[in-house]
Design a protein. Structure first.
Length: 229
């Protein structure tokens, strides 16, 4: 009776467990471990990248809007900053400041006229709220509608601005787009309403509203561009 020493089996097991020279060399790593370009551009990195960027933009635009008459160029700079972030371009605070400075050129007629018109409408709404005006409910609804349309035009103007553009032309184009893209206008009006509810519930949230609106208008304009394409 032959006695087996087990050496052939041991040799075969060692040969199977020994990695071959070409096992690891040149082999790409797992897709899950190697983030692709889309992952690297995931809105700043991390699952909360876009949300944190919206908070940063909201804070920056709020600070730049403190003089009131700078609110329109500040919002334009905020929208441009969100686009930079989504495109993977430099989105530093310095870039936001440079966009703001560029947006301030030739904007003063618009940046003064828009807040004045908005204040007149809000003052009219306050007078209606005191009662005693005939057909007050209808006038109130019309005033709220005009306020919403004015704010939508401001948002679309901020989205339509680019360095070197004339603000009067930008506002005219924004008003035309508000009428042509009624679905987008409705979505922006809903975004304004939601932001108003947020501020009504917790007033300090007003500082992040510009960032949320910048994100909303970028999304709406992108949707319109895709549908037209």
């Amino acid at each position: 009776m032959a006695v087996s020493t087990g050496r052939p089996e041991r040799v075969r097991l060692e040969a199977m467990s020994t990695p071959l020279p070409d096992d690891d060399a040149g082999r790409p790593a797992d897709d899950a471990a190697q983030p692709g370009p889309a992952d690297k551009r995931l809105l700043g990195g991390g699952r909360f990248g876009l949300f944190s960027e919206a908070l940063l933009v909201g804070l920056g635009v709020s600070v730049l809007s403190l003089p009131i008459i700078t609110a329109v160029p500040a919002l334009a700079a905020g929208v441009s900053h969100v686009r930079r972030h989504l495109d993977g371009r430099p989105d530093t605070v310095a870039a936001l400041w440079e966009d703001f400075r560029a947006a301030c050129r030739g904007v003063w007629l618009v940046s003064i006229g828009m807040p004045v018109l908005l204040l007149v409408l809000l003052f009219n709404l306050q007078l209606i709220g005191q009662g005693g005006m005939p057909a007050g409910a209808g006038v109130r609804v019309a005033t709220v509608f005009l306020v919403a349309i004015l704010l939508v035009i401001v948002l679309r103007a901020a989205a339509g601005w680019s360095p070197g553009a004339r603000w009067t032309t930008v506002v005219q184009t924004a008003a035309k787009r508000a009428g042509d893209d009624l679905t987008g206008t409705f979505l922006l009006a809903v975004a304004l309403g939601l932001c108003a509810v947020m501020v009504w519930m917790l007033a300090p949230l007003v500082v992040i509203v510009p960032g949320l609106l910048s994100l909303a208008v970028v999304a709406v304009e992108h949707r319109a561009t895709v549908r037209q394409g």
